[in-house]
Design a protein around this ligand. Structure first.
Ligand code: COA
Length: 157
């Protein structure tokens, strides 16, 4: 399956693919629990509006994780600071596909995009108990720092 994994700008998704992401966010209970999602269901319209506002306020580029033409998750570069060559990475994947190496594959692709954009330092904040998330950063030789209950990994490209 991994060879079919790519990332695509959310702005370039068609309606069917946008609906796939919205449906995961609304009905994937395991994912919702991990993301601490509130009960309220979202529509494609509110999804787009929230994404656009978030991307604008956080200097972010949002990508969908694609299995062939199917949107199955999201990965983002945010807090992009071209002067300091820094950015953050965030991601989620439908729980149906956890543990298959898919996010690691998408992560490799977002690192390549970061590099193309002259970003040198990537980081994020990971709760200590999120073993899978931390394992992704470790796979790409991140330096790991601890801050209270969180882990701060840093990748230097
Ligand atoms: C975190 C998340 C994106 C991982 O996605 P994934 O596609 O399952 O990750 P991968 O399959 O690429 O696995 C990454 C590593 O984690 C390990 N892993 C995956 N699930 C695991 C689990 N439940 N327990 C321990 N390790 C796990 C894998 O073995 C792999 O390490 P390895 O290659 O060294 O063996 C997914 O669990 C998710 O969407 N979680 C909810 C949202 C979230 O937590 N986002 C990150 C916030 S910091």
């Amino acid at each position: 399956m991994q060879e079919n994994i790519n990332i695509k700008l959310v702005a370039d998704l068609n309606d069917r693919q946008l609906n796939q992401l919205v449906s995961i966010l609304n009905y994937d209970q395991k994912l919702r629990q991990s993301l601490c999602s509130q009960k309220k269901e979202i529509t494609v319209k509110t999804f787009n509006a929230k994404n656009n506002a978030w991307a604008k306020n956080n200097q972010a580029k949002l990508y969908a994780i694609m299995n062939k033409t199917h949107a199955i998750g999201m990965i983002s570069l945010s807090h992009i600071n071209l002067k300091n060559k820094k950015a953050n990475i965030g991601y989620w994947l439908t729980s149906r596909h956890w543990g298959k190496g898919i996010t690691s594959k998408a992560f490799k692709q977002i690192l390549a995009i970061a590099k193309d954009n002259k970003i040198k330092y990537l980081t994020c904040t990971i709760p200590k108990d999120n073993i899978a998330s931390l394992a992704i950063w470790q796979k790409f030789q991140a330096i790991i720092k601890q801050k209270g209950e969180n882990i701060i990994p840093i990748i230097r490209l």
